[in-house]
Write a new protein. Structure first.
Length: 289
């Protein structure tokens, strides 16, 4: 019974194994990025950037249809352009970076939907917006794995200045010039992982496996290493449970994965040992001198 419920879908069907491998790769690379987005108070920036990649992917779709490399390349270019333009506007005008980014991402989202609607059908539009992780082929899986590997290697290089910048950016600027390059590399990794998530979950849900696991981790650990570990595990677990739920209940796989992650977030808010509601309502006894 347990085997049929939890294991059989992955042993019997190759598309389920590919989907699970894609979820694990997205979790390994995207969840740590989400933790640093949360620590830098940039969670909504990740959501905005997820929408910003749409016009590039849509132009790739307009030129080549559902071609993997055209849509990947287009999404990367669009994401980098929006990130650069919002930074330029914020630094040369009185408009704050979040407001500039919101303006560009809304324009990008509208432009992307318009482009897809001009060429494709409603099915194509739904594929671009919501993705289909069960339809991952070997090429797409290799691209996701390659981008995840690049992310992990780059994170290993910039990890120390990235942590210091999260804790005390002023101190980092006084002792090192690594702050600006680290920020640029980090934003590039955000775009790369959003494009990764786009292939599996679409532009609207791509940020889900980055931000929700980071929020979960915040309620279970106080140090960054612990938060990254909890985020990766919770993202992978959400992917696995979501795929199983999708297989047995017939619900869409992408939304199922994000809903499972949202459920884990609610559980964490209630029962987390770091700031969870029950922990605050019923604090344990403290040792007294």
């Amino acid at each position: 019974m347990i085997h049929d419920l939890l294991i059989a879908p992955f042993t019997e069907f190759e598309f389920m194994r590919r989907a699970l491998a894609g979820v694990v790769a997205l979790s390994l690379a995207g969840a740590p990025i989400g933790v640093f987005l949360m620590l830098r108070r940039m969670s909504l920036v990740g959501d905005a950037m997820a929408h910003a990649i749409l016009p590039g992917a849509a132009i790739g779709f307009l030129i080549s249809g559902l071609n993997l490399f055209a849509m990947t390349f287009g999404g990367l270019i669009a994401g980098f352009v929006v990130a650069i333009l919002s930074g330029v506007v914020a630094r040369n005008t009185e408009l704050k970076e979040d407001a500039a980014l919101a303006t560009f991402y809304l324009a990008s989202l509208a432009l992307g939907v318009t482009i897809v609607s001009m060429r494709g059908t409603n099915i194509d539009l739904l594929h671009v917006l919501f993705g289909n992780i069960l339809a991952l082929d070997d090429q797409t899986l290799l691209v996701i794995a390659f981008n995840a590997t690049i992310t992990l290697l780059a994170m290993a290089v910039i990890y120390r200045p990235l942590v210091v910048e999260c804790v005390d950016p002023v101190f980092l600027r006084t002792v090192s010039r690594a702050g600006a390059p680290t920020h640029l590399v980090f934003m590039a990794l955000v775009v790369i992982n959003l494009v990764n998530g786009f292939h599996a979950l679409g532009t609207l849900l791509a940020v889900g496996l980055m931000i929700l696991p980071a929020g979960i981790a915040r309620f279970w650990s106080r140090d960054i290493t612990g938060m990254i570990t909890v985020a990766v595990v919770s993202a992978a677990l959400s992917g696995y449970v979501g795929l199983v739920l999708s297989y047995h209940a017939g619900v869409p796989s992408g939304p199922a994965i994000i809903l499972v992650a949202a459920g884990l977030y609610v559980v964490s808010v209630l029962f987390g040992n770091v700031g969870g509601l029950l922990r605050q309502w019923f604090p344990g006894r403290h040792l007294e001198a």
